[in-house]
Ligand binder design. Structure first.
Ligand SMILES: *Cc1c(COP(=O)(O)O)cnc(C)c1O
Length: 463
């Protein structure tokens, strides 16, 4: 493609159409370490590697689209969280971000616990050897079958999400002659957005039981009366992709306030609080996420201070990062198929995947970055929209980004920070085949979730 096909000129951002993007990086060949998995590098010859393996070789061996996950990065992030919180706290990885048997084994080896929110996640966790007592079961509408199984298998805690569930879990536990350890999930009236939060009195959402109007206090009253339940604490999860610690502080303060009320009314000091997940990661160079040790320090201090003021023993804290552990560890590799320059607008770059392997852009307007990884290029930057091959005009992978203007069909481009909520939300839309997840570690690559085949599709179709 000749540069004259873009009279707007990439250096004159004022003539570009509206969009959320900043000026192109000075050198598009530079891979910003903030958004790429730890072992991703581009060497002097322009060759990009992960875990010491050339990305072009990975494409040849495993095909595209595919997710490549840096195992050493995943393990390092697990350790960073565990070390930051120390022995007096518990880190639960939120399995919904991405779960597979290999991931469960890594978590187990690195000393983390695991959150599940369905029978399928529970089965995967147990199959890969996670001890039941290190599993927490979440969800706003767990089925009776799921609860029966979780109680029978001895999961460490069930997080109760409604008045019905308090009774349901109590009955099931009692009928099995057990006392199930539970937490009550409360909504604290904090709306967390990426870069700010709003403290409200009420929350209009399906999860949890509101602190407002004494609902949560009533839930505690009921749970304490039921023989089938051992109420160990209060749970709060305020949102996702959060950078502002202030929302967590408000949440922690309100949860400790409830613990104080429970102590005053029942003479019981609940021994645990769970402050949920939701910590943000860098999807683009503009994002500046907090490190686990900063988060641990902030949360531990605020809980300690509030408890001291209330004369409470400091409860054991748990947290549930999903995205912050797995998100940055993987990228999606695509092959460019077609390139369509729209005069004066932008250039559409179509790849061999799309909303079936990354729904987040369509679903929440998520922002991503993208880089040419099969070679280096000194061409001028061009404004692109990376789109998939699905039959939807909203099938966008990266809304606004810059790629070199000499991009051509057959080039490989990679979208970083796709470890969380991409494979786990992947679909078969257009009967596409969900891509594999390939773990890369120290010069070795192995498939941990294989690519779907047309046979897999037909196997389900029994009509
Ligand atoms: C989704 C979820 C998490 C994890 O959220 P991240 O944004 O991935 O950290 C943790 N706890 C609960 C209860 C959740 O629903």
């Amino acid at each position: 493609m000749s540069r004259s096909a873009h009279p707007a000129g990439p250096r004159h951002a004022d003539v570009y159409p509206e969009g959320h993007y900043t000026a192109p990086a000075a050198d598009l060949n530079v891979l910003d370490e903030k958004v790429w998995a730890r072992t991703v590098r581009r060497d002097e010859d322009g060759v990009v590697t992960v875990g010491g393996i050339e990305v072009s070789r990975l494409a040849e061996e495993f095909g595209t689209p595919a997710y490549f996950l840096d195992e050493s990065d995943f393990r390092a992030r697990c350790r960073a969280w565990a070390d930051a919180f120390g022995p007096d706290a518990d880190v639960f990885y939120a399995g919904k971000a991405f779960l597979s048997r290999a991931v469960v084994r890594w978590l187990k080896e690195e000393g983390l616990n695991l959150d599940v929110c369905s029978g399928g996640e529970l089965t995967t966790a147990l199959d890969a050897g996670m001890p039941a007592e290190r599993i927490a079961f979440h969800g706003n509408n767990k089925s009776v079958e799921e609860i029966e199984r979780a109680v029978r298998l001895g999961v460490g805690r069930i997080v109760l999400d409604s008045f019905q569930e308090i009774v349901r879990v109590a009955h099931i536990a009692q009928s099995q002659g057990k006392r199930q350890r539970v937490q009550i999930r409360v909504t604290v009236g904090v709306e967390a957005h990426t870069h700010e939060f709003i403290a409200t009195a009420h929350e209009d959402q399906k999860f949890g039981i509101a602190l407002a109007d004494g609902q949560a206090a009533e839930a505690v009253r009921r749970a304490l009366r039921l023989d089938g339940l051992e109420l160990i604490g209060i749970h709060s999860h305020i949102g996702s992709q959060i950078f502002d610690m202030a929302g967590f502080e408000v949440s922690a303060r309100r949860v400790v306030q409830l613990l104080t009320e429970v102590r005053d009314e029942h003479g019981v000091e609940l021994p645990e609080i769970d402050l949920g997940g939701g910590l943000g990661i860098a999807y683009t160079s503009e994002d500046d996420p907090r490190e686990p040790h900063e988060i641990a320090k902030a949360l531990t201090e605020i809980v300690g201070r509030e408890c001291e003021a209330a004369g409470l023993r400091t409860p054991r804290i748990s947290v549930e990062p999903g995205r912050a552990i797995v998100g940055p560890t993987a990228f999606t590799l695509y092959e460019v198929g077609t390139i369509k320059p729209l005069e004066g607008l932008r250039t559409y770059v179509s790849v061999d995947g799309g909303m079936s392997d990354n729904i987040r852009t369509a679903l929440y307007d998520a922002e991503y970055s993208v880089a040419l990884v099969s070679r280096a290029s000194d061409a001028e930057p061009m404004l692109v929209r990376v789109v998939g091959k699905h039959c939807e005009s909203g099938d966008i992978v990266v809304r606004d980004a810059f790629l070199p203007a000499d991009l051509a069909p057959g080039d490989l481009i990679a979208v970083p920070a796709t470890g969380a909520y991409c494979r786990s939300m992947a679909s078969n839309y257009n009967h596409s085949l969900r891509p594999p997840v390939v773990a890369v570690n120290d010069g070795e690559a192995r498939v941990i979730v294989r690519r779907e085949t047309e046979e897999d599709l037909l196997r389900l179709d029994v009509g």
